[in-house]
Design a protein around this ligand. Sequence first.
Ligand code: PRP
Length: 215
Amino acid sequence: MTGALTTTVTGVPTLAGAFPGATTEPEAQDPGAPHGYPGELAAVLIGAEQLRDKIAELAAAVAADHDLDTPPLLVCVLKGAVMFVTDFARAMPVPVELEFMAVSSYGSATSSSGVVRILKDLDRDITGRRVVIVEDIIDSGLTLSSLRKNLATRGPARVDVVALLRKPAAVKVDADVRYVGFDIPTEFVVGYGLDFNERYRDLPFVGLLAEHVYR
Ligand code: PRP
């Protein structure tokens, strides 16, 4: 399932237009400029149109695997997955219900124990439900792995994960992600929900942050 769905974005574009989908962005030369971030984005990694097509594919795959009478319960992990979940829910060809969680890792990103602290929990019981965790990105996989274990203790019928992006080179634990949109290089990506210091979440594409912004 995952293999057939996942698109691997190989290499890092040094110029917008050097990868599939990028040429669909009219702002290819300075992709941040039309959105108020002039000179801050090095390139578009995944364009808006490519995102739309992939999300339709992911939604169709999740719906095809749904065999319960109750609708799938989408659990959006705030804040990064918020753009993805709203588009994903609207692309689903079956009714879905929405829930939101906010989590934070204990310790620093590099020394994380993999245990997440729940800052905002689900508003309801998930017993007997098919839960679909909706994540924007799998980096180390630690957040997801911990969240899965937590939700599994609450008696759901099953817990699946749909992730828009994954950095395979960075994954430390296998979080058993059934549906993945794009495997991407280990680079600093922002946009479409992903931030750097809370900026860039509002970009309609996934882009590479210009080096001078984070160095
Ligand atoms: C990001 C992302 C995942 C997590 C992935 O969230 O949304 O939840 O990191 O990292 P991991 O695989 O290494 O655990 P972040 O903590 O940046 O919060 P945000 O979604 O609010 O930006």
